[in-house]
Design a protein around this ligand. Sequence first.
Ligand SMILES: NC(=O)c1ccc[n+]([C@@H]2O[C@H](COP(=O)([O-])OP(=O)(O)OC[C@H]3O[C@@H](n4cnc5c(N)ncnc54)[C@H](O)[C@@H]3O)[C@@H](O)[C@H]2O)c1
Length: 272
Amino acid sequence: MSGRLDGQVALVTGAARGQGRAHCVRLASEGADIVAVDLAGPLPAGVPYESATPDDLAETGRLVEAAGARVITAQADVRDLAAMTAIADDAVATLGRLTTVVANAGICIPVVWNETSGELFDDVLSINVRGVWNTVMATAQHVIDAGGGSIILISSYAGKKVQPFMVPYTTSKHAVTGMTRAFAAELGQHNVRVNSVHPGGVATPMGGGDMVTELERTGATNPKLNAMGTTFTAQTWAEPEEIAAVVAFLASDESKFMTAEHLSVDGGSQYF
Ligand SMILES: NC(=O)c1ccc[n+]([C@@H]2O[C@H](COP(=O)([O-])OP(=O)(O)OC[C@H]3O[C@@H](n4cnc5c(N)ncnc54)[C@H](O)[C@@H]3O)[C@@H](O)[C@H]2O)c1
């Protein structure tokens, strides 16, 4: 059966679980082969939810294979440009090409502005911004070599609007929005499109552990701000598969004249 993404090879970061796993499975189900990359290990101190494990990453690999695609799983840190480059190079040697990139790995730490340490700020920026830049730098030449393709950067509602009690996260996700436009400008001549996706709340392990407690604790310091992020719709949060559907659209030729665009999947909360 022919799929919308037949012939594509997609590298997805943060692939062990949550949205990254959903992107892998969705792209695979539409015909793409998958390079699934994840730290699959301890996240920085201050992250209030559980870390992903090598078993989680292996499970993503199994699900991709069950969808009928070839898969490479790789345990690596997006902060490590050399490691990301080696993974991308090896993937092209094994799978033949790289056409699609989903820079999805990220962390989120609720913290009040005057409790934020320099180390915490650096931890968030190094993964959410430098890690995204590393992912593009390790892969873009391969996408050019394939004759063009689609690079999708996962930002957030917080990449368009303030997510209160998250100065580092909001800063990092706005940076991803700017990075999307900057790469789109230079890579456009090579038929490489670069767009960002901006989810509102999504039901993933990022929202588990002590995340809700931390959101309540920080929110109590200035309750007026807690209404930010309210949706217009009756639906208040998304399943990961709803974000993956938009990623698959951006990977496909159905969006082939779209670049430097920032697609929200947030029930309208960017305008609330
Ligand atoms: N869950 C939400 O409500 C929400 C909303 C908007 C945007 N986002 C963004 O969506 C993306 C995916 O988040 P999720 O909800 O699936 O979270 P998640 O925590 O379930 O999954 C994130 C994955 O990224 C991996 N990761 C983290 N740091 C890494 C590193 N340095 N190197 C490699 N892998 C690393 C983790 O191990 C994990 O498997 C993130 O960029 C996040 O900021 C999430």
